[in-house]
Ligand binder design. Structure first.
Ligand code: TSX
Ligand code: MN
Length: 641
């Protein structure tokens, strides 16, 4: 373990200056100014010059007591666990093998979109013109000046008395041409341990950096409050901020230790910065699961699928197909990085190394594969604890006696509050998944035959529709909506727009994002077929029309036979739906397939109005004309139907 002390000399005042110039390599003047004020430890010399410069500037700004460069070893992980136990951040779960429970501060339990910003010179780089100077649903813009001020106001001295950990990590298999490297500096051992699960980290990444020294700079601090936390979970909720500067390959996060706000490789890097890199370099960084499906004849194909939250994305990624002879294998459950290869085949990698899954609702019924994955080497956050040193959450099964809730208080079913926080999580190595695909770490990625978009739509939206062509498929992604628990001021559930399931994750102007997707269709490429699916349509009595879960294999079977040119489809105003008897429904009693596949005219004329309003209000002049063409086609198809 590399452990060394940085002796803080008189650079306290310099730190504030340093913050103003943030951490960019372009700001060379201050690098030299700082170097003189830090006692260099010999071990820091093993870092590449760019990493070293970043570490030095971060240390000068945050003033940690120690700096620890993570090597990724088992000994290091054991030491982190021991430290976190001493500090009261984790406790062991003796019912399982190497499993740990963390309870966060009750004010630090979720990603905070309202405090997540993208910085660029011009507002229009980040949000569409229609929202200039207003709040956009598609991202928050921050000026370079406000970005620098946010850092200066928070970071100087924020790690005093703490250890600053340096985490070299790779998004994607180390050495894959599709992978990217980051270095996260953090004062949270919980973040280090979680990054060890969710990414490839340590010495092998430092080695890779010696071949290509480019990396994304990630600076994270849990921050410090005037009234320190009594929960053993330091954080600074009133001042929490998550900043992205795509043009500088920089992410800066302050005040939250929770998942998406602090494990900066995931949403911040792989999606927000990733989407900007992907546009620049001609590929796609998407909020998609990746699965391989093998049919009874042994033919294997891969699909990628984007779903908004509460649609069961992780369940689909680990699905047990009901159709005999079919096999589903998991490549990833959350993020896909995809690029056309020289043969024109779209190849996908999962940039992650683990699953950071929502625990509530996961059971032997809904996701037996996840249940077989998570009871070893896992960090559980904000779940309930059982008296035998196990975990419990709503939707796992009958509540045992003597449950302690996520806040550490005795809980009973009559309490009226959930035992596990609704956003409680498991953080588990992907290689523990019993159906992990044998190609999941393939350097070239897996070939994608089809892309699915989905949503939770109680009304009007058919079980499955195939896009007529790529442009129509892009329109399907652009117009995705899903039922969600609405903001506090609205009661109950609303159908929210969530284009490409990327609404909180766009790193740049959504209009440009659509243009980038449209530009993917090129001569010599085998474009994946695009589909929209809806497992959640209901009848008038409010009952689901489709059994879902493993039975979704019937839809995937039709999708893959469409890709092979084998299955029959009929043209509907919305696109192509399964022809009579083309979708396998054998063994499903009482299915109202006609209704499941129907596309009611009145519903869709109203939906077209909602889409028009959304396009105008949120995208305006930045919307590619192709999207208006598709909306016109949609209306015309229904008028003529
Ligand atoms: O994950 C789900 N999937 C995808 C599975 C591969 N869920 C859970 C969503 C919450 C995150 C589903 N819920 C799915 C689904 O396909 N479908 C439904 C709706 C549903 C719920 C219960 C039943 C049927 C449908 N029960 C019975 O029919 C008995
Ligand atoms: Mn996600």
């Amino acid at each position: 373990m590399m452990h060394f002390k940085i002796i803080p000399e008189n650079y306290v005042n310099k730190a504030a200056k340093c913050a103003q110039i943030a951490l960019g390599c372009s700001r060379a003047a201050h690098q030299t100014a700082l170097r003189g004020s830090i006692k260099l430890n010999p071990q820091i010399a093993t870092l590449t010059p760019k990493v070293r410069a970043f570490v030095e500037r971060s240390a000068a700004l945050c003033e940690p007591e120690h700096v620890h460069v993570c090597d990724g070893s088992d000994a290091e992980a054991a030491a982190l666990l021991q430290l976190m136990q001493q500090q009261g951040t984790v406790k062991p779960l003796p019912k399982y093998d190497n499993c740990w429970l963390t309870r966060t501060d009750p004010a630090d339990v979720a990603r905070v979109e309202s405090r997540t910003f993208i910085c660029s010179e011009h507002e229009r780089d980040v949000v569409p013109i229609a929202r200039a100077g207003q709040k956009s649903a598609l991202g928050n813009y921050i000026t370079p000046a406000d970005y620098d001020k946010a850092v200066t106001d928070r970071f100087p001295g924020c790690m005093r008395g703490r250890t600053m950990y340096v985490i070299p990590f790779s998004m994607g298999p180390v050495g894959s041409p599709l992978s990217k490297i980051g270095v996260e500096v953090t004062d949270s051992p919980y973040v280090v341990y979680s990054m060890r699960v969710m990414t490839r980290m340590g010495n092998k990444v430092l080695d890779a950096l010696r071949k290509d020294e480019n990396f994304v700079r990630c600076l994270h601090s849990v921050g410090r409050t005037s009234n320190p936390s009594t929960t053993g979970w330091p954080c600074d909720p009133p001042r929490t901020i998550i900043l992205h500067r795509p043009t500088d390959n920089e992410i800066i996060s302050y005040g939250s230790g929770y998942g998406g706000n602090s494990l900066l490789g995931k949403k911040c890097f792989a999606l927000r910065l990733g989407s900007v890199m992907a546009r620049r370099e001609g590929w796609l960084a998407e909020h998609m699961l990746i699965v391989g499906i093998t049919d009874p004849e042994g033919r294997k194909r891969y699909i990628a699928a984007a779903f908004p939250s509460a649609c069961g994305k992780t369940n689909l990624a680990m699905m047990t197909p009901s159709l005999p002879g079919y096999k589903v294998e998991c490549v990833g459950d959350d993020i896909a990085w995809m690029k056309f290869d020289k043969n024109g085949v779209l190849r996908a990698i999962n940039p992650e190394n683990g699953f950071f899954g929502v625990a509530p609702g996961t059971s032997a019924g809904t996701n037996p594969v996840a249940m077989a994955s998570v009871f070893r080497n896992t960090v559980f956050t904000n779940v309930a604890e059982t008296s035998d040193g196990g975990v419990w959450w709503e939707g796992m099964g009958a509540a045992p006696e003597n449950v302690v809730d996520w806040k550490g208080k005795p809980w009973s079913a009559t309490a009226g509050t959930p035992a596990a926080h609704p956003n409680s999580r498991f953080c588990t190595p992907a290689n523990q998944c019993p159906i992990i695909d044998d190609q999941w770490e393939s350097a070239e990625g897996v070939p994608i035959s089809a892309i699915l978009f989905g949503g939770r739509r109680p009304e009007g939206v058919p079980l499955v529709v195939e896009a007529r062509d790529w442009q129509h498929g892009v329109f399907m992604g652009a117009t995705m909506r899903s039922e969600a628990t609405a903001a506090a001021e609205h009661s109950g559930k609303m159908i929210m727009h969530d284009p490409f399931a990327m609404r909180p994750f766009f790193g740049y102007n959504f209009g440009d994002y659509l243009r980038h997707w449209l530009s993917m269709a090129q001569e010599g490429r085998t474009m994946p077929k695009i589909f929209h699916v809806n497992w959640f349509r209901k009848n008038e009595q409010g009952q689901f029309l489709w059994p879902g879960f493993g039975e979704n294999a019937r839809v995937l079977e039709w999708v893959l036979r469409r890709c092979a040119g084998a299955a029959a489809a009929r043209d509907a105003p919305l696109g192509r739906v399964p022809a009579a008897r083309a979708l396998r429904t054998d063994g499903l009693a009482g299915l109202d397939l006609e209704r499941l596949l129907s596309t009611p005219r009145d519903f869709w004329m109203n939906e077209a109005d909602c889409i028009e309003k959304y396009f105008k209000e949120e995208v305006g002049d930045d919307l590619p004309n192709e999207m208006w063409d598709e909306l016109n086609k949609l209306r015309k198809n229904f008028e003529q139907a």
